[in-house]
Design a protein around this ligand. Sequence first.
Ligand code: CA2
Length: 160
Amino acid sequence: MPTRLTILNGPNLNLLGIREPHIYGHTTLAEVEAACRETAGLLDVSLAFHQSNHEGQLVDLIQAARTAADAIIINPAALSFTSISIIDALKVFEGPIIELHVSNIHTRDELHRHSKTSTAATAVICGLGPYGYVVAMLAAVQRLGKVPESLPAVLRRTPG
Ligand code: CA2
């Protein structure tokens, strides 16, 4: 069975590339998904890619990932700063969880700076723009020890 990645995107990320490009850039979520699908081909993984504006639906998707995915990559967006239900759902997932933000949340205003959900994440990536999704996919597969042998060894081994 191929390695299975689930990528989840929270509220308003359907507006990526459409509104506030000075913060979130010009790349749309459809373009992000296309880049992730291309990356999935290189990494030889299957990919589920979702966006929802609804907290409960994201909780359902995280729960479903317990049997449908080997790793979760999640950009909880504004729910990063508020959602205990997402934290609780993530804590039940047994595989790697990479939390991702397009912007560098540490340079943002007080409201957008303190992610609560990252307490349930294996790792956090922020500030790389949409490229962060590609990096997160590689990191998730590396964590699982499933980087394909067709890729250079340096991408497979853990330095140090
Ligand atoms: O940088 C990120 O990926 C964020 O998760 C995006 C969230 C923000 O609350 C976090 O602090 C950082 C906001 C997502 C809303 O996306 C929009 C995109 C375009 C226009 C308006 C909102």
